[in-house]
Design a protein around this ligand. Structure first.
Ligand SMILES: [Zn+2]
Length: 432
């Protein structure tokens, strides 16, 4: 067995030990031809990254020989970069023709187990941190805690739990007969400022890291209620004020221009999707510093499905998909030209989990350089999510969340679709 093969065998064993709840402490030195320590700043040439106890100890020029007993991961010919961050996923679900049936057949425990599978796919694809924006509280908080404990192989998860929505809005239960909708819980629903304060406080008590709201209609809710503003100005103001008072950011799903701008005026921290973004939205984002999380991949996915003969989408969903899908790439292009801060996000769960890196190509189509796109999924997303000290760059003291790709992704961003190595907190979860 070659030296690097032996190293990977050791790491595979350590990953198994981690899952079993045993703290393994692999001590690799990683050699790479190119290290993007802080994507957007100058890359290092030949360098050695030293990892101990799951954290980065040092980044030094040249290829350093390791002490006896340690191992070297030889990534010569490859680019090493910080683990990628997806600021918008739904890791406990995935769209399929079975989706409407699953809504009434899967238990919370089923959802959690499904999420464990998707969490593994996501981290194996190089995404070592995700923000889950909308899932059952119990399922997602348990999965978040499980990946943090090493009980389940997956990314670090920042979770909002239930989306906060109005009755009948995007985020409520829609499109079933009345008795079914009465029977199904819709715990994120609120109406009026006082009730929306209650809903925010409920989410904080339940364990939400951030507050997710559906400021406007959305594509995949089975209702012909449009894509315009749904949470009213007084409700938005109450939500933002309450979340802020309890130390939580507010991330706002928004398609229609009216809802985007109302959410921005209320002071939300991000606009998710942003399909109907206009010049006023760009001005407001400049004024407040709100981020755009573009999720163009979701737009492409729903457009393709809506156009497919015999699509499983119910008519109101297909109609909204055809309306909004084609807008998203152009909205992102205008946002970039307008100087809006962009954090990478895909809405995976609409698209298949593990395909998150397809968004990079779409960002390049919208005018981003490959390096700008990579920065949005590292430094920028870490800043947006408030985890600058834990993710988004390779620096001593930070968790060893690392991705390596063969060749140079700053020239060809499609290389990110197939990482050669993924390390999460010092444990190799994907090896060549
Ligand atoms: Zn979403």
């Amino acid at each position: 067995m070659s030296r690097s093969r032996r190293a990977f065998a050791i790491f595979a064993a350590s990953a198994a030990a981690l899952v079993a709840g045993v703290s393994a402490a692999p001590a690799p030195d990683i050699w790479a031809d190119r290290v993007l320590t802080v994507p957007g700043e100058a890359a290092l040439g030949n360098a050695t990254v030293l990892v101990r106890d799951g954290r980065i100890v040092s980044v030094t020029p040249g290829f350093t020989r390791v002490p006896r007993g340690d191992v070297t991961i030889d990534l010569r010919g490859q680019t090493l970069m910080p683990g990628l961050i997806d600021s918008h996923v739904h890791i406990t679900s995935e769209q399929s023709p079975r989706g409407r049936l699953e809504a009434v057949t899967l238990s919370v425990a089923d959802r959690t187990m499904m999420g464990a599978q998707f969490a593994r796919r996501t981290v194996e694809a190089g995404f070592t941190t995700v923000a889950d924006l909308g899932a059952n509280n119990e399922a997602i908080f348990a999965l978040r805690n499980a990946t943090a404990q090493g009980w389940v192989v997956g990314p670090r998860i920042i979770a909002t739990g239930n989306s906060i929505s109005v009755t009948g809005g995007h985020g409520d239960i829609n499109g079933f007969r009345a008795e079914v909708m009465e029977a199904l819980p819709s715990p994120g629903v609120c109406n009026g400022p006082a009730d929306c304060r209650r809903a925010v406080r409920h989410q904080v008590r339940a364990g939400a890291d951030m507050i997710k709201i559906t400021a406007t209609g959305g594509v995949l809710s089975n209702t012909a209620a449009g894509l315009g503003q749904q949470l009213m100005d007084d409700e938005l103001a109450a939500i933002v004020e309450t979340a802020r008072s309890m130390g939580r950011k507010v991330v706002a799903h928004a398609h229609g221009t009216d809802g985007i701008n109302a959410a921005l005026r209320a002071g939300v921290n991000s606009i998710e999707h942003g399909s109907g973004l206009d010049a006023e939205s760009i001005r407001l984002m400049g004024e407040t510093g709100a981020w755009l999380v573009p999720t163009v991949l979701a737009g492409v996915t729903v457009s393709e499905e809506a156009a497919r003969p015999g699509t499983w989408m119910p008519a109101p969903v297909a109609a909204k998909a055809r309306e909004v899908g084609p807008l998203m790439l152009d909205a992102l292009r205008r946002a970039r030209l307008g100087g809006v801060r962009v954090a990478f996000g895909t809405d995976s769960g609409v698209s298949a989990h593990g395909q998150n890196a397809r968004e990079f190509q779409l960002m390049v189509q919208a005018g981003f350089t490959p390096l700008e796109a990579i920065r949005s999924a590292t430094v920028s997303a870490a800043s947006h999510l408030g985890i600058e000290d834990e993710a988004g760059r390779i620096a001593p003291g930070r968790p060893a969340d690392l991705v390596a790709v063969r060749g140079d992704p700053t020239r060809d961003v499609t290389l990110l679709m197939n990482p050669a190595l993924v390390m999460r907190a010092g444990v190799v979860v994907r090896a060549p």
